[in-house]
Design a protein around this ligand. Sequence first.
Ligand code: ADP
Ligand code: MG
Length: 632
Amino acid sequence: MNMRSRLNERLATQRDQPTTAIPSGIRRIVRGVSGGDEAGAQLLRGLAWKFRTFLILSVIANVCAAVFEGGTMAILTAALEYVGGSSDTLDQLGTVSNITQSFEEHFGMGGVFGALVGLAVLMQIGRSWFDFSAQSAAAYLRAWSEGDLRRRIFTQFTTLSYANISKYKVGDLSSFVGEVDRVGNLITFANHLIGHLTIIFAYTVILFWLSWQLTLIALLGVLLLSFSLRSVRGHIRQRSTRFMNAYVSINTRIIEFLGGMRLLHTFHQQSYARESVEATIDDSVRARRQSMILASSVPAIVQSLTIIGVALFLTVGYFAVQRTGDTTLIPRFVTFVFIVYRMLPRVTGLNAALARVNEEFPFATRLAAHLRTDDKQYLQSGTLPFLQLNESIKLDNVRLRYADTQHDALTGISLTIKRGEMVAFVGESGSGKSSIVSLLLRLYDPTSGEILVDGTSVEKLKRGDWLGRIGVVDQNTFVLHASVRENVRFGRLDATDAEVEQAAKIANAHDFVMELNEGYDTIVGDRGQQLSGGQCQRLAIARAVLRDPDILILDEATSALDSQSERFIQDSVGALRENRTIIIVAHRLSSIMHADSIHVLRDGQITESGTHQELIAKKERYYSFWQLQSSS
Ligand code: ADP
Ligand code: MG
């Protein structure tokens, strides 16, 4: 099975499991809470399913905590009533009342009261530890989920096809990683939600037992309240989405400017950089402020409304007692109000958690869009091993059109590169030379036509095998932030130090490396010692040479070099020609005049082919290029 289908299978199981395993009721609740956002909700469901052990543990611990909390309330009610001379509640507590009866015989009323209070205390201690357990399970859930998301983000980045990944902006990766924290918050708040809900449920059971009529009224109030805050939650989410977009765009700009620091300085355009993010920063400040203020207004709203509710309750209770004249109702009623009052922070917490969930949700949605697999292209690899080139590479009517462009970059290229040959491409910039190289490197696949390696389509070969036999140097030499040695060794990770130096000598890099402060151990790249363009180029050539490739591709590899270094490289390339296929793109015709065949490209088409002598004799484009260059 190839990598793509394995990956797809794995991702498909990740996607499908939660949908089949989680009852639709829960799915509807999640969607309701999250505002009906399918992608983000699906991401969370996937995590919940994957780490269900922790979720289940958290729910169990929360339920236990709730039972203990409810139990405490019942025992306290009983204890108070007992002191007040009534045993209504105790009688309803069944077994407990049997125990207290025998207790009363041995230790008297004080003993029973003490025992009840002691029991309540024990239950509260138990509740605290169950709370702790619930939070620990939630911490595990969050940590594992965050790790899982980070891993998936990087897997996405490394398994997407080049065509797909190159559409991302540089700032995206860093903002995705930041978004993982926000999704982590989301998990914490969702867990608070579960905690509050279970405790509220426990309180409700006790309240029902005290007076079901009053409880129904109270529940109706809570539901109405939570429902009426829906629009506030909607606003929070909207502001938070706006903040997120601004944040991502600022992030992207910052990273872009960091990369273009030299440009900013040389053109003295720092103020342009500042001004270009100014408006976005303003918008982010506005949106962030609004969403946070809205979220923190929720507790105030809930508390104000509920305290009015409690006052109404007291009034109703007062009239009820007056009308019936039944004063024994008073302790029950007081207990009822006491429990409602204890429940209020939970109702506030529930709504606050809902608000925070809405604040974090847009980040889950954006992450979900990145982690989606069905709308992206992944690296494709064939299954056939490839050891070496035996005969030829053949391009058969190859056409390439880049995504989102109107014209073909290559319009039907047909040519054969024989093993051991040196083949050159020349042409004006934009004529398609690098596009041919990209196709050979499988950065893109032909829109139509085929590339045949010894008669087999290159797409059927194992990608690693094929690329493992190619060494490439192009215009975009990239120097890693590492020592010179590591930079060269990147070409073949198991190369010895001696092989690294040998490759550097061939690439004409050894001498300048020896002049660096610490020779091969000098750190170069981003924050290291700066190298000149030509020096970077020579390291890149050493890197390619170290691979001892079957096929060497040089795409304007020597254009950053002075003519003397270029001559050196030409000599080394000459030495490397033995037993090697060389594909070379060059502006300076002097470096390719010894090629076995030269193809002249124009607008994605080959217009002339032949050896240097043949093309000169033709007196067409190549001839005019040659004249132009030899006269200067
Ligand atoms: P050359 O190497 O001969 O200068 P290229 O092969 O790089 O030319 O480019 C050929 C054409 O394809 C140009 O018109 C260029 O704008 C276009 N092109 C190159 N790379 C891409 C890309 N990644 N996406 C879209 N268009 C591209
Ligand atoms: Mg090019």
